[in-house]
Ligand binder design. Sequence first.
Ligand SMILES: [Zn+2]
Length: 516
Amino acid sequence: MTKIATLLFSLLCIYVQAQSNQKNILFENITIISANGESVKSQLGYVLIEGEKITYVGAEKPELSDAYEEWDGTGKFLIPGLIDSHVHLANTAGFNGQLKKKYPELVDAYFEQLPRSYLYHGFTTLIDVNNYAPGRINKINQSPLHPDIYTCGNQVQVMDDFMMEMEEYPQAERYQFHFLHDTYNKKIVFPDSINFAEHTPEKIISEIKRQNGVGVKIAYEDEATGMRVSWAQPSKEIMTALVLEAQKQQIPVLLHAPSLEGHQFGLQTGVQIFAHGLWNWSGDPKEFLNPILGEAHKKALRQIAQNKLGYQLTFRALLGERDLISPSFSTDKNLDHVYPKAYLALLRTEEGQWGKKKIYGRTEFLKKTNPTFYQALQGEYTNNEDVWENAFKIYSHRINTTARFLAEYDANFILGSDTPAMNMFTNPPGYNGFLEMKHMFEAGISLDAIFKAATFNNAKAFHLEALYGKIERGNIANLLILNSNPLETIEAYNSIEKIIINGEIINRDQLSALKE
Ligand SMILES: [Zn+2]
């Protein structure tokens, strides 16, 4: 090439790079923290990112011919972007159906901020485990800054399952679902029009693959919820068949099963991931308020830990409910960064506090549907508010005990915050994941184990480790620069300086909802 041509060519390169806002950047003298299957490693060194990939990691400065920018990381910590593998992106944290209808412009503002709120808290990869909503996810993917998003396709349901019952779908509508036909459950009668060939495990799993699902989610709920079982549970046989089919297609099965019986069911049928911690002890009324981790619980948990099954504690699904009745949660300053101002203002009004009424309203519901359960729950208390405060104390004691027990056996924790469960405002996008990590720490899980849960373990559980979860050559440059060491303090995850998403470096404050 002539000199002029070379000059024009390099100008063009600079132009292209400026357009994509992606440069080659060499991080220097930075503490690199990354986990693999065995351990968490921390080393001072250099990391080069070119375009959207990590192309060099090492203690020595690499020899480079191409143009790149140097970034001095002295005193800073470089970690992989965090992964939350239990989110529901189409749900609105804080808004129920009524509010959504009444304030559509606030809902728009919520969804516009949503991807930035996750990034603000360092979550660069999300796995949406159900409420499959490709329209919503496409919209998020079109926004200029957003995490990398994966889904589990449609949630798998057997006919008349827990979810269908809770949502009170009319029977005729249920037959239109892409349900899994449980041939072993003879109690359910179908109309002749159903073509069962469309509802086999093979068909269900191939549909999830077609939807680009990276996992398969199914629910098992029982009387330990405090509700009388009026719904159908998947049989062991159909569940085993589903797991085998998913295995063939190399995607894990996630089981929603927060009870002892649910955990045992998951173990017997070979699921790879438990989507919730154990906080419902058992269907036995005598056990409703028992805080002690029994031998049967220990046995199931030990097996889960030893088999290295993925385990999402989802503290926030439970403690988010507790926070609904706490007087202080809505004044938390961290909420200002993740909820748009007008949206948050509404959440703080009487109208926005519907969740509290929902919790207290359970009393009347339970008295009607399961008086034995309610009596056990009520115990000595006469005041409705005290009943629920006490109940949450016991439930959170259980989940803490469960977490600690699993940690002793070096369980394969994977970070899942269940954001937002039940549309609760106490499950704020992004911030909820940080709260989840704090709960893990407070329960007694080590900072190393929490780091692994939020990075490598999560990527591995969903077969995404070639792309995410570690700082290695070839991985996508989804990284965080922290001001303190996450292996020394849990607060490090809330002292993020920069978020790097697909090679693009963003200052944290650019992502805050306070930034208009
Ligand atoms: Zn969930």
